[in-house]
Design a protein around this ligand. Structure first.
Ligand code: B1M
Length: 657
C-alpha cells in the first residue's frame, strides 16, 4: 500500500475506496473481512418483532402497513439478512422436511435431493404435518407443528414435535436415507435475493444451520435431551450416521465455493451446555475449519450463530477459524461481558450483535441501565473494527421500538470509525481451554468407605454396576436410605458441583442421574414408606408460549437424581393446567421455567391463578430460566429463584427442608 492509495490514521490504514461514504453492504463486508469500515454498521434483526406486531396490528403508528424491509430502511438501518425469510419462500414446501434438516430456501445455494427410491408420505392434519419416510432399510416418522399461537408470537419456523430418532434402529434408517441423497447447486434464487437486498445489507447463505454432521444429528433428529443419552450410549451409531452425512456436507461446501455468496452461516445456537466443549472440539471445530479452508480461498466468509451462553466455548470458537460470530449475546443476559468477548475474539472474529434483547424491554431494564450499557458498548469495543451492532438473538415482540431507534441514532452520532474512546486489548493467548481435562473421581461429603463403589458407579453412570453394588450392600444389611443418601445422593452432589464449575458436561450428569433413578427404583420395595416420600413431590413445567425444554428437563432430571419425586408437565403449559395439576398432585414445590422474555409474565399469571383458586399457600413456587432473575422472582411474589439446575436442588432443599 502506498500513501497514494491510503489515508493513515493513528489506528490503522483505511483503503482509498472507503474514503467516500460506504453503503450498508460495504460496511458490513468490510467488518466481516476485518477491514476498517467508515462507520459502525447497525443491522438489528426484527423478524420476530415484525411478524408478531404486524399480525397483532400493533406496529408503531408511523410504520403501519409497511414491510419489515421498509421499516428498517426508513429508520436508516442495514437489513439483517442472516436468517432465511421463512415466511416468504417461492417453494411452499420449503420447510416441509425441517425435521430432517432438509430445507429448500431461496437463500440457500445448496439443496438436498432425496433419492427417488424413498417413499415420502405426507399427511397434514390441521396445524400438524406428519411424514413417513420409507426406505429399503425401514422407515422413520416425524411430526412438526406450526400453530396460530406460534404465528402470533412471531415464530416463523415449525416446531419438531416428533423427532426422527425414537430408537437406535432409526439411526441406521437415517444413515441409509442420507447415503442415498445428493446435494445440488441453487444459485439463481440466491442471486435474485442478493439483487433484491442490493446495497442495503449483506445476504448470508446457508446449507443447513448445523456446523457439520454431528451437529446436524443433534439439531434435527433428536429431542434435545435424548440426544445426550444417545451421544453417551450409542456413539458408534451416531458416528456412523455422521459418516453418511459427511459427503453431503463436503459437496455442499464445494457448491458454496462456486456460488455468488460472500458469507455462509455454518452452525447455530452455540451454547456451552448444548454444544458442550468436548463435543464442540471434536465434532464442530474440524468442520468449521474445513468450511474456512474450502471457502476462504474463494473469499467467502464463515459465520456462526453464537446466540447462547459461550463462556466455556470462547477459545474453541476463536480457534475454529470462523470469521463472524453472529447473535453474540453478552452479559447481563449471559456470563460473558461484551468487553471480554472483544478482548478474546476482537482480533480474529467479527462480532455481530452485542446488544442483548433484554435491553429493549423497559420492564426488565430501566432507561438509565439501557443508556449506560450503550455507553459502555462504545468504549468496550476498542477502535470499533470487526463489529456490527445488532440485537442478540433478535428483537422480542414486546420490545420498546424507540430503543431500537435510539441505538440507531447513537450509532449514527458516535459510530464514526475508528472509535476514539476504546482501547483495543490484544488477545489473551494464555486463556486455555482446560475444561476438557477435568473429571471428578471421588465424592466428597460423607466419605463412608462402604459407599465408595456406589459413589463411583453413580459418577461413571454405570447403571448395572450400581444396582449390583446396591444389592451387595443390601445383603450386608445396610439401610436403603443410607445407600441413597450417603452413596448416591452424595455422588450426585459432587457431580452437580462439578457441573456448576463447568468441569463436567450435560451427558455425564444425565447419565449419572439416569443410573441413580434406576437404582432408586430398584430400592423402592426395600424403602420404608416414610423414606419413599423423603424427597418430596415437585411439579415442573415450561410456561405457556414457551417451547424451550432443555433446561427444564435438566432441572427435572437432577431433582429426580437427588431423590425428589418429579412430575414433568412438559412445555407450553397454560396457567389453568398448572393450577389443576397442583390440586391433583399436591406437590410441595411448583417449578416454572421460561426462556423468553415474552413468556416470563406467564409465571406471574400462574401465581395469580393459584391465588385465585385458593391453592397458593399449599405450594412453594420457584422460577428459573435464562432471562429470569431474583428481582423478577420477588416482583411476582415467587418463593424462590434458581439460576441453574444445581441451584434449583439447593433451593428446593432449603424450601422444604
Ligand atoms: Co431460543 N432463544 N428461541 N431456541 N434459545 C434463547 C432463549 C435466546 C436467549 C437466544 C438469544 O437471544 N441469545 C432468545 C430469547 C430472547 C428473549 O426472550 N429475550 C431465544 C429466542 C428469541 C428464540 C425464538 C423466539 C427464535 C425465533 O423463532 N426467532 C424461538 C422461540 C420458540 C418458542 O419458545 N416459542 C426459539 C427457539 C429455539 C430453538 C427451538 C432453536 C432452541 C430450543 C430447543 C429446545 O429447548 N428443545 C433454542 C435454543 C437452543 C436457545 C438457546 C441458544 C439455548 C437454550 C438452552 O437450551 N440452553 C438460548 C440462548 C440462551 O439461553 N442464552 C435461546 C441450555 C440449557 C441447559 O440452559 O435453558 O438456560 P437453560 O436452563 C438452565 C437455567 O436457565 C436454569 O437451569 C438450566 C440448567 O442449568 N433453569 C431453571 C431453566 N429452567 C429452570 C427452571 C427452574 C430453575 C432453573 O425452576 C425453578
Amino acid at each position: 500500500m502506498s500513501r497514494n492509495t491510503c489515508f493513515l490514521l493513528s489506528e490503522g490504514w483505511i483503503p482509498r475506496k472507503y474514503w467516500a461514504m460506504m453503503t450498508h453492504k460495504q460496511r458490513m463486508l468490510a467488518a466481516v473481512r476485518g477491514e476498517m469500515p467508515d462507520h459502525l454498521p447497525y443491522a438489528p434483526r426484527i423478524d420476530l418483532w415484525y411478524n408478531a406486531n404486524s399480525l397483532n396490528d400493533t406496529l408503531p403508528a408511523r410504520h403501519r402497513g409497511k414491510s419489515r424491509t421498509e421499516i428498517a430502511l426508513s429508520e436508516g438501518w442495514a437489513l439483517h439478512t442472516v436468517v432465511a425469510d421463512h415466511l416468504h419462500q417461492p417453494d411452499p414446501d420449503a420447510m416441509l422436511h425441517r425435521a430432517l434438516g432438509v430445507h429448500f430456501m431461496k437463500e440457500y445455494v445448496a439443496h438436498f435431493v432425496f433419492s427417488g427410491r424413498v417413499i415420502i408420505d405426507v399427511r397434514r392434519e390441521g396445524d400438524r404435518t406428519r411424514i413417513r419416510y420409507t426406505t429399503a432399510k425401514g422407515s422413520i416418522t416425524t411430526r412438526t407443528v406450526y400453530s396460530q399461537e406460534m404465528r402470533r408470537s412471531g415464530t416463523s419456523v415449525p416446531w419438531i414435535e416428533e423427532h426422527a430418532v425414537k430408537s437406535p434402529d432409526d439411526l441406521r434408517v437415517l444413515a441409509h436415507l442420507f447415503e442415498n441423497m445428493d446435494v445440488t447447486p441453487h444459485y439463481e434464487p440466491f442471486k435474485t435475493h442478493q439483487t433484491a437486498v442490493g446495497e442495503n445489507g449483506l445476504p448470508v447463505t446457508s446449507f443447513t444451520v448445523a456446523a457439520g454432521p454431528v451437529h446436524h444429528i443433534q439439531k434435527y433428529f433428536f429431542d434435545a435431551t435424548d440426544f445426550f443419552h444417545y451421544y453417551r450410549d450409542h456413539q458408534p451409531e451416531i458416528l456412523y450416521l455422521a459418516d453418511a452425512l459427511a459427503p453431503l456436507y463436503e459437496k455442499a461446501l464445494r457448491i458454496v465455493a462456486e456460488s455468488p455468496a460472500e458469507v455462509i452461516q455454518w452452525g447455530s445456537n452455540f451454547d456451552e451446555m448444548l454444544t458442550f466443549p468436548p463435543m464442540f472440539a471434536q465434532h464442530f471445530v474440524p468442520w468449521i475449519r474445513k468450511a474456512k479452508d474450502v471457502l476462504g480461498p474463494k473469499n467467502i466468509r464463515v459465520l456462526c450463530h453464537t446466540d447462547g451462553e459461550n463462556q466455556g466455548l470462547l477459545d474453541l470458537i476463536r480457534d475454529s477459524g470462523t470469521d463472524v460470530a453472529e447473535a453474540v449475546c453478552p452479559a447481563p443476559m449471559t456470563k460473558v461481558s461484551l468487553r471480554e468477548y472483544y478482548r478474546r475474539w476482537g482480533d480474529r472474529i467479527t462480532i455481530f450483535g452485542g446488544v442483548p434483547s433484554n435491553l429493549l424491554l423497559p420492564q426488565l431494564t430501566p432507561d438509565d441501565q439501557f443508556k449506560s450499557f450503550m455507553d459502555q458498548l462504545f468504549t468496550g469495543i476498542g477502535n470499533g473494527s470487526r463489529f456490527i451492532v445488532g440485537i442478540a438473538d433478535t428483537t422480542p415482540p414486546d420490545a420498546d421500538f424507540e430503543r431500537l431507534v435510539r441505538i440507531g441514532d447513537w450509532v449514527r452520532e458516535k459510530g464514526r470509525l475508528p472509535l476514539a474512546a476504546g482501547a483495543f486489548n490484544p488477545l489473551d493467548t494464555e486463556a486455555a481451554a482446560e475444561v476438557l481435562a477435568k473429571k471428578p473421581t471421588a465424592a466428597p461429603g460423607p466419605q463412608d468407605a462402604r459407599f465408595a463403589k456406589i459413589r463411583q458407579a453413580v459418577l461413571d453412570g454405570r447403571e448395572r454396576e450400581l444396582i449390583e453394588q446396591v444389592r451387595e450392600l443390601l445383603t450386608q444389611k445396610i439401610a436403603p436410605k443410607d445407600i441413597i443418601d450417603l452413596g448416591m445422593v452424595a455422588a450426585m452432589d459432587t457431580l452437580n458441583q462439578s457441573f456448576k464449575d463447568g468441569t463436567v458436561f450435560i451427558p455425564e450428569v444425565l447419565v449419572s442421574a439416569r443410573a441413580m433413578n434406576a437404582a432408586v427404583l430398584f430400592l423402592e420395595p426395600y424403602l420404608a414408606d416414610t423414606d419413599k416420600r423423603r424427597g418430596g413431590r415437585i411439579l415442573i413445567g415450561t410456561v405457556r408460549g414457551d417451547l424451550h425444554d432443555i433446561g427444564k428437563n435438566m432441572v427435572a432430571t437432577l431433582l429426580r437424581g437427588v431423590g425428589f419425586n418429579v412430575v414433568d408437565l412438559g412445555i407450553n403449559v397454560a396457567a389453568d393446567v398448572f393450577v389443576r395439576k397442583v390440586n391433583e398432585e399436591r406437590p410441595q414445590v411448583l417449578a416454572l421455567s421460561a426462556l423468553l422474555t415474552t413468556t416470563m409474565p406467564e409465571m406471574g399469571k400462574v401465581i395469580s391463578a393459584l391465588s385465585q383458586a385458593g391453592a397458593r399457600r399449599a405450594v412453594k413456587v420457584i422460577v428459573g430460566g435464562a432471562p429470569v432473575n431474583q428481582r423478577f422472582a420477588n416482583d411476582i411474589a415467587a418463593d424462590g429463584y434458581a439460576r441453574d439446575a444445581a441451584e434449583a436442588i439447593d433451593l428446593v432443599r432449603r424450601l422444604i427442608g
